[in-house]
Design a protein around this ligand. Structure first.
Ligand code: ADP
Ligand code: MG
Length: 317
């Protein structure tokens, strides 16, 4: 059966560890993810989104260093968002395109620069909560707090401290018509990268704002607007878990929407990482999606075929 699928590639899932952060390493990770995604593209209609948490943070930090050391102009965060859409989109286009060429399939992969409207008065602008860039030890975080007075740092899911930036709710996908047209014409699209470039609407004119939209939220919105059947969220872990990081940690396999709502309200999922994925999955199901999957890149095909990963279903099980 042919399904309408939207798959989100996690920005953190492209970085295996601190020793593998280079652009070349990330391309290697994209190649691995692409070999899985290519398999689901054969019989289904697929759109790909991706995160940019680490990558957008690296670009921003590079800009800060260039400003301090060489008096170069700073790159605004919104422009860093746009940069990640191009750079990561390029890598997906090449890696996935190569998979199709290897298989002898005549399929085009296209990246679409995507702006997403957010509310100017979104409370997120005064409450940064989206982790970006590198991870720091508590000692490093303390030093950074003293030297970079404009930075805000937060602990990220037991992995260390990270810089956090504003992450407003995505309201409207500006290029939706173009995305829909290409999707229906069987182009394999990469869109809404990094959660989309956040813009505010000032009397019909758009203006970019410095923020990073959570790509899980943006992906869920896009998946619903494309009337997708399945939303796949590819991340660094094979499953979402209850009691994450504790001795009684339990991986979640097949779960009903209702049970997942209960687990969410019990606080099992960390803010800024797994929580937005669960919320995105539930919102997608509440708007009519059939199934949402959370798993790691290596298990995308197996999870779609119901063998592994966290699979959240519309119906009661
Ligand atoms: P991505 O870049 O894919 O969005 P994130 O780092 O934002 O990845 O979110 C995935 C991470 O969430 C996992 O790698 C894990 O460290 C963390 N996490 C937090 N709570 C949970 C949980 N309950 N179950 C599984 N992973 C969790
Ligand atoms: Mg994330």
């Amino acid at each position: 059966m042919s399904l309408r699928i939207v798959v989100a590639i996690g920005g953190n899932s492209l970085i295996k560890d601190k020793e593998h952060q280079s652009v070349e390493d990330q391309y290697g990770a994209i190649c691995e993810t692409s070999s899985q995604i290519a398999q689901i593209c054969r019989d289904n209609r697929v759109l790909i989104t991706h995160g940019n948490g680490p990558q957008v943070g690296f670009i921003l930090q590079r800009s800060d260093i260039a400003f301090d050391k060489a008096h170069m102009h700073r790159v605004p965060l919104v422009s860093c968002d746009a940069d990640t859409q191009g750079a990561i989109g390029y890598q997906i286009q090449q890696a996935l395109g190569n998979e199709f060429r290897k298989a002898g399939w005549n399929k085009n992969v296209v990246t679409l620069v995507t702006q997403i409207e957010v509310d100017e008065d979104d409370p997120a602008f005064s409450k940064p909560a989206k982790p970006i860039g590198s991870f720091y030890t508590p000692q490093e975080a303390e030093m950074i707090r003293q030297t970079n007075l404009d930075w805000q740092l937060m602990e990220d899911a037991g992995r260390g401290f990270r810089r956090v930036v504003a992450s407003p709710i995505p309201r409207r996908i500006v290029e939706l018509d173009a995305i829909k047209t290409l999707y229906e014409q069987d182009f394999i699209l990469v869109a809404a990268g990094g959660g989309g470039i956040p813009v505010i609407n000032e009397d019909g004119q758009f203006r970019g704002v410095d923020a990073v939209i959570d790509k899980d939220r943006a992906t869920s919105l896009l998946a619903s607007q494309l009337e997708a059947d399945v939303l796949i969220i590819s991340t660094a872990v094979t499953h979402a878990a209850l009691n994450y990081g504790k001795e009684n940690q339990t991986a979640l396999g097949k779960v009903s929407r209702k049970d997942m709502e209960e687990y969410l309200s019990q606080g099992h999922f960390a803010a800024g990482s797994m929580k937005p994925k669960i919320e995105a999955a539930l919102e997608f199901l509440n708007r009519g999606g059939k199934k949402a999957i959370i798993t790691d890149p290596a298990h995308i095909v197996d999870a779609l075929e119901d063998r592994t990963g966290t699979r959240i279903y519309q119906e009661e099980i």
